[in-house]
Ligand binder design. Structure first.
Ligand SMILES: Cc1cc2nc3c(=O)[nH]c(=O)nc-3n(C[C@H](O)[C@H](O)[C@H](O)COP(=O)(O)OP(=O)(O)OC[C@H]3O[C@@H](n4cnc5c(N)ncnc54)[C@H](O)[C@@H]3O)c2cc1C
Length: 443
């Protein structure tokens, strides 16, 4: 195998974003030589690891922070991953069919929930409205010791839980199973990318150099650092938000239970998830707090962190704007306290009791080794925090930043990027095959 040849595409980062692109390029385009660099010894060691994220396939049906428009898009984008799981024999291995719900607590939330049910039913015709009589049979723990009224919108028999590491490995295996020259370089950290005069790129790793006609950087928070080192994306900075979880010692729920989101704090409301890495014991979380790190459980590289933070007048203004809001200020402070051993549990339990009122502090433990970092993007020009994914696309090179629901939408992002690459290097994209295998579910 000649590793010094000119590759059609080089992918930097072996999380679910990088591996879904590897699969898409290998299976649906005529790109022949594709190389993927991953700095750790396996795929999906950072945010795509099931210990780092909530393992949810976000379809938009139980996420009350999604507008109808956003839900419509996420529904389509997430279907690529669920179709892959069905069509490539991944049920009960890569993804699991379970039940899920949004829980409304108190009259005000119930009124909003009913409105949402009416509005979203045409988009998700399988949704059901579950009252207390139903819930006390279906998930008795939700009712034990409950004082406030509750109601839920629920869905049964859907792919709810995904092991995004196994999914990444499956994508890579499918790519390797093609007749293409697919090279997976583990333990190979990319240090620098240089655009050459002839339009190709040279990739400098810690021990070698490679050339490629096109590049996609799917390196989480580091994608922005690569872009900026090449002079792109100077208008962005990163606010690294950590997320932690708490475990119960036993399985208390069969259903994924999301709660109603505060519109000022999207993604802040915790949920309870049956965890596929812990024999389906209940995992509560995530919390959300600013943490000066780009990787939750690995060594801190101060230089990278400072480059990502981009501290300056514009970024400080965004922080000040966030802090001026009382709800956000309180939330940040509370989540910071939740990280303090012992005390954290006492504070977190109040939120968890919204889901299971009878839960006691001794029933939960801090989920050591679980949790990840959400690289939230700050738009320095408009001085605002951007939610969701961000992409910087230049001729022949794409940089993706993928906070939640980036794992759910990975195959949809991969489709877009694969088409852009095909256009750049004049390759064919097999729309028909992609449609049959990814955009539709086989009978
Ligand atoms: C607490 C939490 C909960 C979440 N829950 C969900 C959820 O339920 N559902 C959902 O859809 N999304 C969820 N997300 C978001 C989801 O985890 C991410 O969108 C997704 O994992 C991003 O995938 P990625 O491949 O872009 O990044 P990563 O998985 O972080 O992969 C980036 C890869 O790039 C590699 N890399 C970095 N720099 C280099 C370099 N210089 N050279 C070589 N390799 C490099 C890294 O080692 C890593 O493997 C959650 C995130 C958090 C933090």
């Amino acid at each position: 195998m000649n590793i010094n040849k000119l590759f059609d595409t080089a992918i930097i980062g072996g999380g679910v974003a990088g591996s879904s692109l590897l699969f898409t390029l290998a299976r649906y385009t005529d790109a022949k030589d594709i190389i993927l660099f991953e700095k750790y010894d396996e795929l999906a060691q950072l945010n795509s690891n099931p210990k780092a994220n909530s393992q949810t396939l976000h379809v938009g049906d139980i996420e009350t922070n999604y507008s109808f428009e956003k839900a419509t898009k996420v529904k389509r984008d997430s279907s690529f991953v669920s179709n892959y799981i069905y069509n490539f024999n991944g049920v009960d291995d890569l993804g699991y069919i379970r039940d899920k719900m949004i829980l409304a607590v108190g009259d005000a939330e119930i009124a909003k929930l009913k409105e949402r049910y009416e509005e979203f039913l045409p988009l998700y015709p399988y949704l059901e409205l579950w009252d207390e009589t139903f819930l006390s049979e279906f998930e008795p723990k939700l009712m034990e010791g409950r004082k406030d009224p509750i109601m839920a919108i629920g869905a049964r028999g859907q792919i709810t839980t995904i092991d995004y590491k196994k999914l990444s490995e499956s994508f890579a295996q499918q790519a390797l199973d093609t007749d293409k020259n697919i090279q997976l370089h583990y333990n190979e950290e990319v240090h620098m990318i240089v655009r050459n005069d002839d339009g190709t790129f040279t990739i400098h790793t810690h021990n070698s150099n490679f050339t490629a006609k096109s590049i996609v950087v799917n390196a989480g928070a580091y994608s922005l650092l690569f872009a900026q080192s090449m002079g792109y994306g100077q208008e962005y900075a990163i606010l690294p938000i950590g997320g932690s979880f708490f475990f119960t010692k036993e399985k208390l729920l069969n259903t994924k239970v999301y709660t109603m989101q505060n519109p000022k704090l999207p993604f802040a409301a915790i949920h309870a998830d049956p965890d596929c890495t812990q024999d389906w014991n209940t995992r509560f979380g995530p919390t959300a707090f600013a943490l000066p790190k780009l990787e939750r459980y690995h060594r801190l590289h101060l230089k990278d962190l400072l480059s990502a933070l981009h501290l300056g007048k514009a970024v400080t203004k965004v922080y000040m704007k966030l802090f001026r809001d009382k709800t956000i200020r309180r939330y940040i402070f509370k989540n910071f306290l939740e990280e303090i051993p012992k005390m954290g549990k006492q504070i977190f339990i109040r939120d968890a009791r919204k889901i299971i009122p009878s839960l006691k502090t001794k029933d939960i433990t801090f989920a050591e080794g679980y949790g990840g970092m959400r690289p939230q993007i700050i738009d320095k020009i408009n001085k605002e925090l951007l939610l969701g994914e961000a992409k910087i696309e230049e001729s022949g090179i794409i940089f993706n930043m993928t906070p939640s629901p980036g794992a759910t939408t990975s195959l949809a992002i991969a489709l877009k990027d694969a088409k852009a690459i095909c256009k750049h290097i004049n390759f064919h994209f097999d729309d028909e095959k992609h449609k049959a295998e990814i955009q539709e579910r086989k009978k």
